[in-house]
Design a protein around this ligand. Sequence first.
Ligand SMILES: [Cu+2]
Length: 695
Amino acid sequence: MTNPGDQKAVRSGGVNVPVPRLARRHFLAGTAVALALAAFGVRRSLVHEARAQPLAPGPALRQIGEIRSAGGRLQAVLGSANIQRRLPHATETKTLRHFWGRDVLTGAIWPPPNDREAMNPGPTLRARVGDFVEIKFFNQIDVSAFGDAGIDHAETGAQNGCEIFTMVDGFQIYPEGFGDSFPNCFHGSSTTNVHFHGFHVSPDGLGDNVLLKLRPNPRLKEEEVSGFFDGIFERTRRGDPPRNWGDLPPGLTALQKKMLADYDDAAVWHGEPGALPTANRLLPLLKEQIAAGLWPQFEIGAHPFSFQIPNFADSDATAHHHDAAAAEPLVAGQAPGTHWYHTHVHGSTAINMYHGMAGVFVVEGESYDDKLKALLPGLVEQVMIVQQFAEFPPMIVGSSELPVLTVNGQAHPTIAMRPGEVQLWRLVNGSVDSICKIVGFRADDDVTADTLPEWKQTAQDGIQFDPATYEAQPFRAGGNPLSNFAPGNRIDLLVKAPALASDTPSAAFALDVTREGSGANPLLTLTVSGEPVEMTLPREANFPPRPGFLDDITDEPRIARKITFSEDGKGPQIDGHHFADGQYDQTMILGDTEDWTLFNTTTTASHPFHIHVNPFQVLEIFDGKTLYEVPTPRPWQDTVAIPLRTDANGYVKIRHRFDDFAGSFVLHCHILEHEDRGMMQLVRVIPKASVARHH
Ligand SMILES: [Cu+2]
């Protein structure tokens, strides 16, 4: 299947077997590497990075534009669109895709219109627990602008559905060199959606619906859908949200049906416009899925995200039952903290994340940041997203390089603090494949400061620590296989700048991180200078307690599952198979507690496991040598790197409870090349109540 925007390029003789614009010698070198990688999976060992590079303070950390909620509503327009940018260390400008945003209340636009240079994440979204999220999401990507560079030309029926990268002499690097086949391959890269990572909301309909595939339509005008979307938001606020697709405003569904019919009529198949086989047409699929009671997966041009961020009051816990409908009390709430959003269409998650299509979503709340700010008046926040930028996933163009880690689009930015100051650093690992661990601060040898900066982790994956966990700092402690900053992970740190000696006007420190397969390297620089400030890090006794719904799970697990992540020469798989469309690999019952043991048989990479909707607690983690049992109270996570196989398979044992929301969603590896290539499962939570009877 193709996109409306494809036609121009294809009709004018667009190349179906695109050739990356690289010099031939690069192809040859790249091919040898690609073949070696495909055959032996030795990617990580090819990475060489120097240890402990000297400090080289970079530019001041860019502040990403924020769209903030007001009056209980986060009102934003978010768009996916083309952008021209020069990638880090590149000389040529490329056409990439990005997220832009507009604050509906202030009219402010991100990135700023005069910004022609920077690599950008999407705007930072900031709301409070209990707020309504009202996002008008557009896909305005112009596919024809990508020319013959291999973007989304694969679904035209001319090939097997996967993106294709070929050397000038015709040798196919991808997918042949990797043995990938549709749909578990890179494909469909101009189709977008948004995953709200870390959100405890419905996975269906207008919520955190990653099964949605929003096709581009750069000609659709905002005003054609804006009024319909406002009506949907208003209904959601008064507790009567649309329950299914047929419950949407009739004018909107009529417009969607017309755009789907236009697409079916115009799409190119085997070089011929309008020749799309029935099985590939979107309008018949829509009707079929509606008849089956599903939210249809294909929409065109625009989609409204409309949901409330659940506000859990401890008093709600008295009604502890598990058949939550809209008006019923919640069993769990939304943890206030550092969450994020990113594109999540199977087949194009990696490439779109390499283009930067992700942003931070800060959820504020009384139980966490309100209390930290009360303890630390004047507390400054630094909101940071770590990303890697590239035109294509490096593996498919035969590159063994890991793209440089950037923070807010910059390599090695600098944060300035005053002596004694404490700041809250919110860090998101939005990289595609870098399993990181924060090592700590380091000073240049010639700098004398009384001490290094102090730092304490306060939250993991946007979920605040219990005071005892804050005291124990398990993710910092050596001797356990926990990594705190794999792709998908978030960490909040309270960082306290040291006092300076009287003859030292300023000092600089590197914050070092390791990446799996390489040593420690500076992620950013902290400089300390100016008038000293009196601020004190919280202690266990005054650190904010967790709200009741974040107590450790004490329910007995009803079911134990074992799930195995492997590569083993067949590509990235879970339980011995790739992602299978329409096949539920795990079905859980609403309200159940389950223990899952997640194994990793791969010797070259940890696989960061992520599941949507509900977080979990790690009980045990094993790196093939050392078993670490996590003491209670246990931290919560929504992403955990399953250690790679050493003497034995690595594993993680987790406990989770499937609260509040029935529906279909996914679990997957957060190395996004693995996800796109099939290391993902479709799962569902079903209500306990059933009319089925045996007696
Ligand atoms: Cu993986």
